[in-house]
Design a protein. Structure first.
Length: 555
């Protein structure tokens, strides 16, 4: 195997002198160009804390690459902060950015013939985006996650961004004062790093370690911990080992590895967005994965991590307890994981997990024979309101059955206005539609609405259904990813105020209690709405995106 399996195309031979001259203009030498060229895909951005610190880590990654005999070339891609854009029109850009991230990394890597690739990611969409790019390229590569933010402190109270969103509902319903509201806002996010619970970013970080594309134990190191820089340096050295062994993502992204990833999501009470992103990643690598696989695996997996948004602890506290390696060790001991799956360390998952160290007295990660719940945190529902399926996060509530009248809204803003003006009552089923992949476009998350409901004290008294998504910080009775979506004529488009809706977890059903003749009459009257965007990236996405049940991939 050539030391430079790809980059020789642009660095070797007399006819490549123009390319070498251009590269030398950036400071590279002949010696640099004799080495393998390693791309460093950095999702650094100055907007928001999740990726804000990645330049510091990128410098360490490049040091490690050089020390191991490679030549690093760093480049950037985009990132959208969900926490900043949540509840606004800009949130529609978030899921779309996943595709742009994957596309842009793929283009730069192919265009420059990189021999291997290190990806630095730090938030909800950069994490799946970089994995999708690696899957497409299938060159030796790995991912380092930037790490979680440290928890905020307000007196004895531990805060995350979830508390700020829920404080909106508490303040507008008169449960907290303006002074307390401001104090929560000012103390929740003390510095760099991704949102601090087992929200989407940390869920995807867990997936990256368990599926094997990140070194076990590296991702869960918090963003500002001193050992994070050493992990970045070792990541740079490790990519050269991958190149020497020609160990590629296709060796790691196997069907059994995907099953491991789903198990880890279920055991940690992870975000519903994991369903969307793992389906998309599986499509990229050609692994046969269906939405109902999540229900099957979750049903057999105990919930053992006591993490926010439903639990007591943050991601930083989980790391202090033993981190993702301890979670993996527990699940291996219980026979819930395929321990023979390969990882980027060159070791199997079982071999890598032997390094796990449990902090004495920790209460974050339970033993499998003493779980928080006997089953995992996600269920997949079907029924006449979701023929292709939808996702319900049961880790975030104790309600197995809910029935109530629909309160229908055609966009998130209208629903939020109803909640904050106390127009939603106990027993209501809030339906937010035309927020799906095509209809949004971009499938906005509804954290603002769910958090306002929870903050108003209605978390287990009001259900929310949507063809959009939920944040990993969402708790309460929340059913998302309803497919087919309203914009393509799914049944959710036919729901009217007052229609009775039933959520039945045991039967895995989501039912609209309207007879078929009435629904057929409504269907004949329904007309598809005019696209909200007809040009640009938003319009292009809306025309090419698939159902949420297939991962909202673009084709």
């Amino acid at each position: 195997m050539s030391w430079k399996p790809n980059s020789y195309v642009i660095t070797e031979g007399p006819h490549r002198a123009p390319a070498r001259a251009m590269l030398k203009a950036t400071g590279l030498t002949d010696d640099d160009l004799r080495r393998p060229i390693i791309g460093v895909a950095n999702t650094w951005i100055e907007i928001g804390p999740c990726n804000y610190h990645l330049n510091r880590l990128a410098a360490k990654v490049k040091e490690g690459i050089r020390a191991a005999g490679g030549t690093p070339l760093e480049f950037n891609t985009v990132s959208i902060s969900d926490g900043i854009s949540m509840g606004a029109e800009g949130m529609k850009a978030s899921l779309i950015s996943r595709e742009v991230i994957a596309d842009s990394i793929e283009l730069v890597a192919r265009g420059n013939h990189f021999d291997a690739l290190v990806c630095l990611s730090g938030c909800d969409k950069t994490n799946p985006g970089v994995m999708m790019a690696l899957a497409r390229l299938d060159i030796p590569g790995l991912v380092l996650y930037g790490g979680s933010i440290q928890p905020g402190k307000l007196g004895d109270r531990t805060l995350t961004i979830q508390d700020v969103f829920e404080a909106v509902g508490a303040y507008t319903s008169g449960k907290i004062s303006a002074e307390e509201f401001a104090a929560i806002e000012n103390h929740a996010c003390p510095g760099p790093g991704a949102c601090g619970g087992q929200f989407t970013a940390n869920t995807m970080s867990t997936i990256m370690e368990v599926i094997g594309i990140s070194p076990l134990g590296f991702n869960s190191i918090p963003a500002t911990a001193p050992e994070k820089e050493q992990a970045a340096y070792e990541t740079g050295r490790m990519v050269i080992d991958l190149l020497r062994a020609h160990l590629r993502p296709s060796h790691i992204f196997t069907r059994r590895a995907f099953e491991n990833a789903i198990t880890a999501v279920a055991a940690s009470g992870g975000s519903t967005n994991a369903v969307l992103h793992l389906l998309a990643l599986a499509w990229e690598v050609g692994v046969d994965l269906e939405i109902d696989d999540f229900d099957r695996i979750s049903a057999r997996t105990p919930l053992i991590a006591d993490l926010k948004p439903f639990g007591r602890y943050t991601a930083a506290e989980m790391h202090a307890a033993g981190g993702i390696p301890l979670l993996v060790k527990r699940l291996l001991e219980g026979g819930y994981l395929h321990g023979d799956c390969l990882t980027v360390t060159g070791k199997t998952l079982a071999e890598a997990a032997q390094s796990a160290v449990e902090t004495p007295g920790q209460q974050v990660i339970h033993a499998v024979d003493r779980p928080l719940k006997p089953n995992g945190g996600l269920v997949i529902l079907h029924g006449n309101l979701a023929e292709e399926g939808c996702v319900h996060k049961i880790a975030a509530n104790q309600v197995a059955y809910f029935r109530g009248p629909a309160r229908v809204f055609d966009c998130e803003e209208d629903a939020m206005a109803a909640v904050t003006s106390q127009k939603i009552r106990p027993g209501d089923v809030v339906v937010i539609r035309y927020e799906g992949p095509k209809g949004g476009p971009g499938m906005r998350e509804m954290l603002g609405v769910t958090a306002a409901i929870a903050g108003a004290g209605l978390g287990e008294q009001v259900a929310l259904l949507t063809d959009g998504r939920f944040s990993g910080a969402t708790r309460g009775i929340s059913v998302g990813h309803i497919a087919p979506e309203a914009a393509v004529g799914g049944t959710i488009a036919l729901v009217q105020d007052g229609d009775m809706i039933t959520i039945d977890v045991e039967k895995r059903q989501l039912r609209l209690e309207v007879d078929e003749a009435t629904l057929e009459a409504r269907r004949k009257e329904w007309r598809p709405p005019k696209p909200r965007y007809e040009r640009g990236v938003m319009g292009k996405y809306a025309r090419t995106v698939s159902s949420a049940a297939r991962g909202a991939i673009t084709q």
